[in-house]
Ligand binder design. Structure first.
Ligand SMILES: Nc1ncnc2c1ncn2[C@@H]1O[C@H](COP(=O)(O)OP(=O)(O)OP(=O)(O)O)[C@@H](O)[C@H]1O
Length: 252
């Protein structure tokens, strides 16, 4: 199977400090891939290279190659706005726009010209909220502010917002770390439902979560990709000592 994203020999520097050290990895189409590793090992930094979110950090410099469907996303002609629609992102802290629930979801399709007629936009908003498992909770209050929802609902709204522009990949950077266990379980359920429709990459500190939601796991340490494989193998039979030490809680 051709990978959805292929990262080759990727390094990232913040000024003189190297945060990612020659990482190569493929993201498959039909999988959930989890990035795990101790704090500061570079999980978020690497995740953010996959849709050029590091462009927003002045000191960040990326080398190597990242191909999306075989196309170099760092090529000079790449439209970064379009790229971030194709490779959407959900952040640690839910960050809905200070606008209505409807507008949070409709904004992206409108600026990308995916729906112009009101009825089409309404249908797209409903479909996105349904896929994000939020429709039944908000259908009678679409004009309320997105920021008035609970944290878990806000995170699902952010997922609906990412889905609305018809992405191919969804990057999730610790999407449950600000949520309680019930809201977390809902997001995990949602990840199961979204799997197959979108390639999903999730950064998580929670190893049980990685084991529950992902089919593949990548373990990072000090900017290096130490081990990458099937989640079951990584957690039950890791090849590398550093992976074993981490998953058994010897450091972290
Ligand atoms: N904007 C930045 N400017 C300078 N250094 C940064 C920046 N962002 C991250 N770093 C550094 O890069 C390294 C990797 O950080 P990163 O946040 O990617 O790790 P992480 O594994 O996601 O950590 P955590 O699990 O704590 O979120 C760390 O040493 C961090 O201090």
């Amino acid at each position: 199977m051709t990978p959805k994203i292929s990262a080759r020999d990727v390094s990232v520097f913040y000024g003189a400090k190297q945060a990612i050290d020659h990482v190569s990895i493929d993201v498959d189409q039909d999988n959930v891939l989890a990035f795990i590793g101790p704090s500061g090992c570079g999980k978020s930094t690497f995740l953010r290279t996959l849709n050029r979110m590091n462009d927003t950090v002045a000191s960040a410099r990326v080398s190597g190659e990242i191909l999306l469907d075989g196309e170099d996303i760092y090529a000079s002609g790449m439209d970064v706005v379009q790229l971030r629609a194709r490779v959407g992102m959900v952040f640690q802290k839910p960050n809905p726009f200070p606008k209505s629930i409807y507008e949070n979801v409709a904004y992206g399709p409108r600026i990308h010209g995916l729906a112009t007629a009101r009825a089409d936009l309404d249908a797209l908003v409903e479909q996105s909220l349904r896929r994000a498992g939020l429709w039944d909770e908000v259908k009678d209050r679409l004009t309320d502010s997105g920021t008035a929802l609970s944290g878990g609902q806000q995170q699902r709204l952010c997922i609906a917002r990412a889905i609305a522009v018809d992405p191919e990949v969804i990057l999730m950077d610790e999407p449950c770390s600000a949520l309680d266990p019930i809201a977390t379980a809902k997001i995990e359920e949602l990840i199961h439902e979204l799997k197959g429709r979108y390639a999903i990459v999730i950064v998580t500190h929670n190893m049980q979560q990685a084991a529950r939601v992902s089919q593949q796991t990548a373990f990072f340490h000090l900017g290096q990709l130490v081990e990458f494989g099937r989640t079951g193998d990584i957690f039950t039979n890791p090849r590398e000592e550093r992976t074993r030490d981490y998953i058994t809680g010897r450091y972290g």
